[in-house]
Design a protein around this ligand. Structure first.
Ligand code: SF4
Length: 213
């Protein structure tokens, strides 16, 4: 097998997306190809500390400590910039795990195994990274997968509605809208969503509400 650059491995509740609330082993891969203005994991990129770990070591760690738990989330940074991540996903699928991939949406999902639950960002204008959105990726998403928009202001919200309508997202995948913490009052986003009367899902990061990692 091969080595991956890892920022951290930790155990917590899944705070967002289709599997919200489940106890989950998180594998945060190091490095990112984007530079969002409101990045909430700056420690997972740049010159920050990280370790190189063999995939076999990650599997052994899970087997020793968490083998009663099927939920694995691979996050970042941006996991897809490291080629061995495909081996990691396949290795956990072979152990009958339920694998979630959180990705920033700028890299093709064409090599991601279809069994993996994909949670893909669409970067909004306030991130300054919206030019990197790879809309072709929508064709790899289905009902078990999700698209996530982080909303900082009304301009982001209008942008998100346009994308959702243009690509008919709510018809074939799940759509989540999250307030950019701490910039947007969650209540404002809740009210904007209700006004649309569309099947959009408001989400607030559960782990932050509960006060855990
Ligand atoms: S894609 Fe994620 S990790 Fe990368 S800069 Fe944006 S928020 Fe940070």
């Amino acid at each position: 097998m091969s080595k991956l650059k890892i920022s951290e491995i930790f155990f917590s509740l899944q705070g967002e997306g289709p599997l919200i609330g489940y106890p989950t082993l998180f594998i945060r891969l190091f490095g990112c190809n984007l530079n969002c203005s409101w990045c909430d994991t700056p420690y997972a990129k740049g010159n920050n500390p990280h370790k190189e770990v063999e995939i076999s070591e990650i599997l052994s760690f899970w087997e020793k400590n968490f083998n009663s738990l099927p939920f694995i989330t691979i996050t970042g940074g941006e996991p897809l910039i490291q080629n061995p991540v495909y081996n990691l996903m396949n290795a956990f699928l072979e152990k009958n795990c339920i694998v979630v991939l959180e990705t920033n949406g700028s890299i093709s999902l064409n090599r991601v195994p279809k069994e993996v639950i994909k949670v893909m960002d669409v970067k909004t204008p306030s991130s300054n990274m919206d030019r990197h959105n790879l809309y072709e990726n929508f064709k790899f998403l289905g009902k078990k997968d999700a698209v996530k928009f982080v909303i900082k202001d009304e301009k982001d919200f209008e942008f998100s509605l346009d994308i959702i309508d243009k690509f008919f997202l709510t018809y074939y995948t799940q759509v989540f809208l999250s307030p950019a913490h701490p910039f947007l009052d969650p209540k404002n986003l809740a009210e904007w969503i209700l006004k649309t009367k569309k099947p959009l899902r408001f989400q607030i990061q559960l782990h932050k509400v509960v006060g855990i990692k």
